[in-house]
Design a protein around this ligand. Structure first.
Ligand SMILES: C[S@@+](CC[C@H](N)C(=O)[O-])C[C@H]1O[C@@H](n2cnc3c(N)ncnc32)[C@H](O)[C@@H]1O
Length: 420
């Protein structure tokens, strides 16, 4: 039975494999390997929350089962169960205490629950296990940066730069220097990197943002993906909990007011699914699209989307049949685009007649659009009007507070464009 399950798993028939493992366990419930394989099959089926108990069962039967521990950590991460993930990391370290990677993994989880002292101790432990290994120094520096310990992160980045001087180390150093206001040195590093690797969009975008001079009409996809993959685990708590983020509420409220009944909605740049959650229960069929797989992991766990797709929102809109959506909603996403005309044109095509697009952007008081040092673009009301002209009709435009930053309100525009 176990062999049959493995064959089906090998043929990527995950449902059939899970069935075979269950049959095997019905006959012999104390087989750790069958529980572990069932857990892996459930993860492959996109059900990490159901995989976790199966893998735990395997570990109760064989506590030093390294593969099950590794898979439990990954399933817990996908199910967004940080407490289970941390317990798995600790269990793994109890089995193999000298695993530097595992100490860094634990540090990431400790940072997430704001246990800064514990995170620093774990990073320290990793560095003592692998002293002088640049890749380890960089991961550790990244961890320190995430814990807000910028001077310590900078010190470690400088050590990594002296040890090997690769672009990753210099890039991270520049980003950390920006955090402490050392913009001149950061810009010098980014300028040099840009000369060496001119095709690297992430470097170019960060350099442009620091200079306040955009050379592209939108942020590169790689930049957005990297940014949000790194912040996904903390996104809701940080934005909603600490910064009073409310763009999702504002956009969902437009949908509530304008839609006369259940309809087809595209949540363009859905992130962790806050817009979908705000509209859950209204009977809409909501599709989410986002560039960041890690953000989508969180959206998936809400179980409110009909479909979730990893893609660029313009490419996705262009790939849909004409008139596919009654509404396109985009909360705090178009700040990663400068010129908005291509987005509006793609949305207009994918909207059904009478459909609408509702979105927020950060407000720019000067004309046009501009790139801010945050790496986001800001837009004037005039740009929204111009970019929509001949494509979509301006149905509403007003100001809103989107969130707070450094204790001050971030002013935004809430815009509704309708397809005639
Ligand atoms: C600040 S978050 C907002 C997420 C969500 N709309 C909300 O209100 O919570 C911005 C999201 O837009 C996504 N994003 C930015 N540019 C994108 C693009 N070109 N295509 C798809 N997603 C994009 C990011 O990956 C990120 O998840």
């Amino acid at each position: 039975m176990l062999g049959a399950g493995n064959d089906r798993f090998g043929a990527r028939s995950f449902e059939a494999a899970a069935e075979a493992y269950r049959a095997c366990l019905a006959a012999e419930p104390s087989m750790p390997q069958a529980w572990q394989n069932l857990g892996v099959a459930l993860s492959a089926l996109g059900e990490p929350a159901r995989s976790v108990p199966a893998l735990r069962r395997a570990l109760r039967l064989r506590p030093d089962y390294a593969l099950a521990l590794e898979n439990l950590g990954e399933a817990a991460r996908l199910a967004d169960r940080p407490e289970v993930e941390e317990a798995a990391a600790r269990h793994a370290l109890a089995c193999v205490p000298d695993d530097a990677d595992a100490w860094l993994r634990l540090a990431r989880l400790q940072t997430r629950r704001r246990a800064r002292g514990e995170a620093v101790a774990s990073i320290d432990r990793a560095l003592r296990l692998a002293p002088g290994v640049p890749v380890m120094m960089l991961q550790a520096a990244d961890g320190l940066g995430q814990a807000g310990l910028y001077p310590e992160a900078i010190e470690l980045c400088r050590r990594a730069v002296s040890a090997e001087g690769g672009p990753e180390a210099r890039f991270l150093l520049a980003r950390m220097l920006e955090r402490v206001g050392e913009d001149a040195e950061a810009l010098e590093i980014l300028d040099r990197l840009h000369q060496e690797i001119p095709d690297n969009g992430i470097v170019a975008h960060c350099r442009d943002a620091l200079r306040g001079r955009p050379s592209a009409e939108r942020a590169p996809g790689d930049y957005v993906r990297r940014l949000f993959d790194a912040s996904a685990a903390d996104f809701d708590e940080h934005l909603v909990g600490r910064l009073g983020y409310r763009a999702h509420e504002v956009v969902a409220e437009v949908a509530r007011r304008r839609m006369r009944g259940p309809g087809a909605i595209l949540d363009a740049g859905c992130g962790t699914g806050l817009v979908g959650a705000a509209l859950a229960g209204d009977g809409h069929r909501i599709t989410g699209v986002d560039l960041s797989p890690e953000m989508l992991v969180r959206a998936r766990n809400r179980h409110v989307y009909e479909a979730l797709v990893v893609a660029d929102l313009i490419e996705f809109l262009e790939s849909r049949p004409e008139g596919a959506y009654d509404a396109v909603l985009s909360a705090d996403v178009l700040c990663y685009f400068g010129n908005l005309r291509p987005v509006f044109a793609a949305a207009a095509r994918a909207l059904a007649p009478g459909g609408f697009m509702a979105f927020t952007v950060e407000q720019r008081l000067e004309d046009g659009w501009g790139l801010m040092d945050s790496g986001r673009y800001a837009h004037s009301a005039a740009h929204l009007r111009e970019a929509a002209r001949g494509v979509l009709r301006l149905a509403a435009l007003g100001t809103e507070v989107l969130r707070r930053e450094a204790g001050r309100p971030v002013r935004g525009l809430l815009c509704v464009l309708a397809r005639p």
